[in-house]
Design a protein around this ligand. Sequence first.
Ligand code: EPZ
Length: 432
Amino acid sequence: MTKYIVQGGHPLFGEVEISGAKNAAVAILPAALLVDGVCRIENIPQISDVTLSLKILEHLGAGIRVINRHTVEIDSSHIRSTRTSYELARKMRASYYLIGALLGRFGQAEVAMPGGCNFGVRPIDQHVKGFTALGAKVMVEGGFINASTENGRLKGANIYLDVVSVGATMNIMMAAVRAEGNTIIENAAKEPHIVDLANFLNSMGANIRGAGTDTIKIQGVDRLRGGSYAIIPDQIEAGTYMAAVAATGGQILVKNIIPKHMDCITAKLVEMGVEVEEREDTLLVRRSGPLQKANVKTMPYPGFPTDMQPQITTVLCLAEGTSLVTESVWNNRYRYVDELKRMGANIQVDDKTAVVEGVDHLTGAPIQACDLRAGAALVIAALAAQGESEISCVQYIERGYEDIVTKLQGLGATIRAVEVPGESEELEAHIG
Ligand code: EPZ
């Protein structure tokens, strides 16, 4: 089992290069199944969710050619099965994208039910609502979600999402691109990775308009040809490093970002007293004075992202005064708070709200990651805390952050990964 050992209490200085967006990659990779040809995908993050996604595609019969650490070619011309490996698919929440992709290409899909997760219920009723509207019959049997159409091809439909859902928006988009006729998705999510998926599919011959707005129009096409595509930089990874320097103090240059995607995070950090200088594809982030309290409410894009909630709450632990954090997307995304309390944080959680009383400093302690973003928040806390921290269950973190230890060392952090003898814990299904 791997642990991180961190000597905290020092400011960060240096440059960090942001990798491709995890939440774009875990949708674009399955979307390659829609293409009966070869897709060359670049700027893929080197993270275990991507490794797992490629294994699942290979198991279905896709040809995978690794060009380099960040580039693969996927040939879905000879897919031989529409039934995913149960063991592989159940390990990752994002496996549900395989339903939309397989259904959109072949008119049928058998995908393992995605596992539970660490912050409350993660329903997929809106995904099912969309598939059903497109003419599929969806059942759950023996741990698999079975979706199929009678004549093998979906029919376009108008779908109004009851909830703004990233997954449902992307899944329905994938199912609809090769459907007969037109589809309109209303009340769609607008995250950058949704636009990225639409751009990927359009580069392969799809006809999708309006991604990034709450109404997406899709004109079904008969087939998608191959092509090349580069994934956008990861908004949340970039935000995580910005939160790290906000907590520790210092100055870092965050490279390879799309400034527009960072606006919601930048605005909140500036409100807290962090200086952010925006350049073409970089942000210079500096914190030298005291952190100011702030209130945060997570919302669908372009609001403050829920995937930055644990990280910003950790920074607020060190701000002067009382801050209020409201998690409006997930039911129970504060499990990491108990770990922060071991380090001296003063946070009271009541349902979806956390009241954060700033403290003068945190102290290092043995702490445990419980999911991807919670783990990233604990790394931030350890970097800011006085003394040594030992972070366990870091496999959660490494599913969504490429080379996080090396990147932090490049910013002057005293952090190292150590192998500790003992069972490598089978992590609960990854919640990402
Ligand atoms: C995606 O999850 C992300 N995961 C999550 O990031 C992120 O927190 C979330 O979007 C919100 O931005 C990936 O992209 C792989 P949703 P997703 O469907 O698609 C409810 C990370 O850390 N809902 O937008 O599963 C749901 O309960 C991960 O990278 C339904 O009610 O999220 C939630 O309250 C964690 N019915 C809200 O909608 C449905 O059918 C938003 O969920 C679907 C969702």
